[in-house]
Design a binder for this molecule. Structure first.
Ligand code: SAM
Ligand code: SF4
Length: 341
């Protein structure tokens, strides 16, 4: 594919290890587990989902060691995700250990918030700065259908607990799907009128196991924006940091903002500053390309820190550019819950 290779200046000048295009990677997303207490229709297939045996996942010590090495290379922003990160044992302790590394400026977490109200304060106190909560509708019945069994009231308690604990600004992620929640987006957007929250609408990606949901359900950001503007009138654009995948807008007079994340209709490879670590210890270089480098077996074979650092640098150098999902090209070999969205 003939892609214009132009790196956003801020991503070029940022700290962190570089890929061969000159993009600096200062942001690491860590999948803490491939397990989850929901089965969202756009993330997991209805049947046949396989979870990895626990001994194939990184132990706490392996995980913290690897993260420390990423930080030595210049990574300063970390997001915990999954699967559902709140079901990972010892989460509070893992956060405390990661936050203790010199050079970690921010730890955030993406969660479905189902059990967040139990320990929001403890997570905040351990060093968790911010959360993103996935919530696709405010209709409890549709919510139960989209998550295949999830309870909206508990999720709402989790959001309130995180807000009260000071994990701000709260970001809410909504994957918009045809025939599911496409007509609920204005209710989600209305939350920004009275709350200083960011409500972000995501285009579905055709990850492993949900190809048909993508084929039948994709709603582009432009369609969602048109839908919202029919309801609220023209949205006002807000300036956005280039490495933020969301393009930001607001309803005039609202306290919070509305974001559109458009990996399909407007890929943001030029400003990509992130790499991923899967729960089984693979460096995943791009969400929708299959390139991975294994670190679990390297660590278990006794690799020194210097050897691991060398392989991390070499792996990041190989980070790919661009995808052709919008042209029907599906390269991915794992589901979103396995990679860490
Ligand atoms: N369980 C947590 C949650 O749902 O927030 C964290 C993991 S989940 C995989 C991370 C994010 O990926 C969520 O915001 C979810 O909505 C999004 N996601 C999952 N599958 C997706 C897909 N096929 N396309 C786009 N976003 C997806
Ligand atoms: Fe679980 Fe998050 Fe995937 Fe939903 S999107 S099934 S909550 S990992």
């Amino acid at each position: 594919m003939a892609v214009p290779i132009q790196i956003h200046p801020l991503v070029k000048s940022s700290q962190g290890p570089r890929d061969s295009y000159g993009r600096a990677m200062n942001y690491l997303r860590i999948s803490l587990t491939d397990r989850c207490n929901f089965r969202c229709v756009y993330c997991m297939p209805a049947v046949g989902m396989q979870f990895q045996p626990r001994d194939e996942l990184l132990t706490d010590d392996e995980l913290v060691r690897l993260v420390g090495l990423f930080v030595q290379l210049g990574v300063n922003k970390i997001r915990l995700t999954g699967g559902e990160p709140t079901v990972r044992p010892h989460l509070v302790d893992i956060i405390r250990r990661i936050k203790s590394f010199d050079g970690v400026d921010e730890i955030s977490m993406t969660t479905n918030a189902l059990i967040l109200s139990r320990n929001a304060w403890a997570l905040k106190e351990a060093g968790l700065d911010r959360i993103n909560v996935s919530i696709d509708t405010l209709d409890p019945d549709k919510f139960r259908m989209m998550t295949r069994g999830g309870r909206l009231d508990l999720v709402w308690e989790g959001i309130k607990a995180a807000d009260a604990a000071g994990m701000s600004p709260i970001k809410l992620n909504t994957v918009v799907l045809k025939d599911h929640n496409e007509h609920d987006v204005h209710k989600m957007a209305e939350l920004t009128l009275d709350h200083d929250w960011h409500v972000r609408f995501l285009e579905i990606m055709p990850m492993e196991g949900v190809g048909i949901v993508y084929d039948e359900g994709l709603v582009t950001s432009a369609e969602t924006q048109a839908n919202l503007e029919q309801h609220f009138g023209a949205l006002e654009p807000i300036e956005t940091h280039p490495s933020d995948p969301a393009r930001l807008w607001k309803i005039p007079g609202a306290k919070g903002s509305i974001g559109f994340i458009s990996p399909i209709s407007a890929p943001f490879c030029d400003a990509c500053n992130r790499v991923r670590l899967t729960a089984d210890g693979k460096l995943r270089l791009c969400l929708i390309r299959p390139d991975e480098v294994d670190f679990r077996d390297m660590m278990r074979a006794g690799a020194t820190d210097e050897e691991i650092l060398r392989h991390l640098r070499a792996g990041i150098w190989r980070k790919p550019w661009g995808h052709r999902v919008h042209e029907g090209d599906r390269e991915t070999v794992r589901g979103m819950s396995q990679i860490g969205g």
